[in-house]
Write a protein that binds this ligand. Structure first.
Ligand code: 7PM
Length: 291
């Protein structure tokens, strides 16, 4: 594995003592339905406050998303996605946190990189025409995610004969295409895409197989399970009551070698990870307390 994951202004250690710590990526939605009311300025104020909170709570990365990827959701025009993402990106640049932009659109990628985004997170795996060109001449991190079918159709009837093997094969092919295109391997992290064209059984097979995915591709793994239906299926709880289940999933992912966990509940996940790390690594607990 590379020694570091290169993410624009930041670089995350993958070897040595620093590497034992997993990175918490906080989710920041800038879709209108996530604002407390109408009004773009109000939305921006809210987003900035939420980002500040997440930073205080232990987020090292913030993932800004302006396109809802809800199964069956209509896609957002590029101008509208830019109007949502760019003000948040510029506002958050003052914070000491790596900024990721969740987008599939090459034009949004280009604009985001000009504004200084540290990572592009593409649930479509940079498959849109022009996506690789958009990110080539930069040093931003790239999250390469697996998805079967498209957000509109992916949950209709997901099918695999061996989900872990098929996700590995897809990611391997894309990593090879990206590096053949001239993209440095040190910029890439991989993500099995929990919930993106997967049944609950597929999702748990992937969670159990995370270590194998990392070992076969030898790249840092990002896991995003926060509040997803795989958590609801096991706990029987609705969206708003899936925090503890999601924390459990994040710990399981890190135990399987995940480097980055993408979560809504940053404070709780960061605390759980600290305790889990102290319990598994004799060097993790320095004796510093917040009390
Ligand atoms: C509706 C349905 C809204 C699903 C939002 C979602 C991932 C991601 C998302 C992930 C990476 C959510 C998803 N999920 N990016 N973006 N990995 N890299 O639940 O698992 O947040 S959107």
């Amino acid at each position: 594995m590379n020694k570091q994951l290169q993410c624009g202004r930041f670089s995350f250690e993958l070897e040595g003592p620093e590497a034992r710590r997993a990175v918490v990526m906080g989710i920041l939605n800038v879709t209108p339905d996530s604002f407390s009311d109408g009004g773009r300025y109000q939305g921006l104020e809210f987003a900035f406050g939420h980002a500040e909170d997440m930073l205080k709570q232990g987020a090292t990365m913030i993932d800004i998303g302006g396109e809802s990827t809800r199964p069956g959701a209509p896609s957002v025009p590029v101008e509208e996605e830019l109007r949502r993402v760019m003000p948040a990106l510029y506002a958050l640049k003052t914070l000491d946190v790596a900024l990721s932009v969740d987008t599939c659109k090459p034009q949004v990628m280009r604009e985001a990189l000009i504004a200084g985004a540290d990572m592009i997170n593409d649930i479509n795996g940079f498959r849109a025409p022009g996506a690789l060109e958009a990110v080539l001449d930069s040093d931003c991190g790239l999250c390469l995610m697996h998805m079967q079918a498209t957000p509109a159709t992916m949950q209709q009837a997901p099918q695999y004969s061996d989900v872990v093997a098929e996700v590995i094969a897809f990611l391997r092919t894309r990593v090879d295409q990206m590096t053949a295109f001239g993209i440095e391997r040190s910029r890439i992290c991989i993500d099995p895409g929990f919930g993106f064209g997967k049944t609950v059984e597929h999702n748990y097979a992937l969670l159990r197989g995370l270590q194998r995915i990392r070992d076969e591709l030898y790249l840092p793994v990002l896991a995003g399970m926060s509040r997803k239906s795989m958590i609801g299926a096991v706990t029987g709880r609705p969206l708003e009551a899936r925090m503890a289940g999601s924390v459990g999933a994040a710990l399981a992912a890190v135990a399987q070698g995940a480097k980055i966990v993408r979560v809504h509940d940053v404070a709780e996940t960061a605390d759980a990870l600290k305790v889990w790390q102290a319990a598994t690594d004799p060097h993790a607990f320095s004796g510093a307390t917040g009390m």
